[in-house]
Write a protein that binds this ligand. Structure first.
Ligand code: CO
Length: 157
């Protein structure tokens, strides 16, 4: 496995709406390798999540870290969200040395295809809920700084 280079702002790749991954693509060894490398890169860079645009690909693919290790979510879709929202501090590997407070749904339910193309859903709260919302935003060209308040650059600290 290898560490993939991270795309950073102001690269336009981060601002595009990504397209769904096609079923036939999922069977290729290249695609599996990409998934492995994304999970590996996320862990090596101490990220809690990583979206494909962050490695230069505008496809709907994310990796999120859970207490049981990384999971790959293909074509993730948030199908349910709590009315209740909560503020939390966020950062992003594509927006270096920057943090800010973002209001997110406290709980979300997300459907996705796993690495074998099998349909799955996950119900998340706490940090995982925040991470899923943050990563799915990436697939729509949205960055946390678009929504954040009290944005701080740690270089100015
Ligand atoms: Co991010």
């Amino acid at each position: 496995m290898k560490i993939l280079p991270i795309v950073k702002i102001p690269n336009k790749i981060l601002r595009k709406v990504s397209r769904d991954v096609k079923k036939e693509k999922m069977d290729s060894s290249d695609f599996r390798e990409l998934c492995d490398n994304m999970a590996f890169t996320m862990v090596e860079k101490d990220g809690v999540g990583l979206a494909a645009p962050q490695v230069g690909l505008n496809i709907r693919l994310i990796s999120v870290n859970t207490k049981d290790g990384p999971i790959i979510m293909i074509n993730p879709k948030i199908i349910k969200k709590s009315l209740l929202k909560e503020w939390g501090e966020e950062g992003c590997l594509s927006v270096p040395e920057t943090f800010g407070k973002v209001k997110r749904h406290k709980k979300v339910k997300c459907s996705y295809l796993d690495i074998n193309g099998k349909k799955n859903t996950i119900s998340a709260n706490g940090l995982l809920s925040v991470v899923i919302q943050h990563e799915v935003d990436h697939l729509d060209g949205v960055l946390f700084i678009d929504k954040a308040e009290d944005v701080k650059n740690i270089k100015n600290f």
